[in-house]
Write a protein that binds this ligand. Structure first.
Ligand SMILES: [Zn+2]
Length: 142
């Protein structure tokens, strides 16, 4: 993941807190704002815990991070996995296959742009029959 490209695609300037948080989360599955602040405060003297909180909240708001509450007080953040482009759902057994397809994503972006939209989240759902169900004769849902 390129933190700079990721931020640019959300029209955010690559400020040092944003880039650092994204890069740290790429290396560690989850982090708390406090941990980031403690690890980092000795390098950047004007860094405040408030800035770290604000940056986490902001990255969360635009969908790059996910917030997980641990108990009542603590929150851990993870990088939000790139949204799968689409999911296929079997109409018979309900099994789900998620997949990412850059051609579809690119096309979705193009359509959105044409309509003046900035996509934040989109997901296609394809209904059908999975291979297992297709191989069971006479069980087609019609
Ligand atoms: Zn099935």
């Amino acid at each position: 993941m390129d933190a700079y490209a990721l931020l640019a695609s959300h029209h955010l300037r690559p400020t040092s807190p944003r880039v650092r948080i994204l890069q740290m989360l790429e290396q560690e599955a989850h982090l708390s704002p406090e941990a980031v602040y403690h690890r980092w405060a000795h390098e950047e003297r004007d860094l405040s815990l408030a800035t770290v909180y604000r940056t986490f909240a902001e990255l969360c708001r635009i969908g790059l991070l996910e917030r997980h509450l641990i108990g009542r007080q603590r929150a851990l953040y993870t990088l939000r996995q790139a949204d799968p482009t689409a999911l296929m759902r079997c109409r018979q057994c309900g099994s789900i296959v998620e997949f990412t397809d850059s051609a579809i994503s690119t096309q979705q972006q193009a359509v959105a742009q044409r309509h003046g939209y900035q996509l934040q989240h989109c997901r296609l759902t394809l209904d059908g029959l999975c291979q297992v169900c297709r191989n069971q004769p006479g069980k087609s849902p019609g």
